[in-house]
Design a protein around this ligand. Structure first.
Ligand SMILES: [Cu+2]
Length: 77
């Protein structure tokens, strides 16, 4: 048992990110979602790193869906 919450990071591959504008749109689409404490899109790596609250409130399906709706589908692995 730990007193400190472990950071819960997930990195998604999102090939459609091309510039800072895309990053802003992704921020907007995902940052308000439950369980998401931080959104870090990276247009150079074409990834979106999410910091989750780590208590299972985040719904990854809902997150990838809202990325798709914003025009940035997550690449299948
Ligand atoms: Cu762009």
């Amino acid at each position: 048992m730990s007193l400190f919450k472990k950071k819960n990071l997930i990195t998604l591959s999102v090939p459609g990110i091309n510039c800072g504008h895309c990053e802003m749109k992704i921020q907007k689409a995902v940052s308000g979602m439950p369980g998401v404490t931080k959104v870090k899109p990276d247009h150079k790596k074409k990834t979106v790193t999410l910091e989750l609250s780590g208590d299972d409130t985040a719904d990854l399906n809902a997150i990838t869906e809202s990325l798709s709706e914003a025009g940035y589908p997550v690449a299948a692995e």
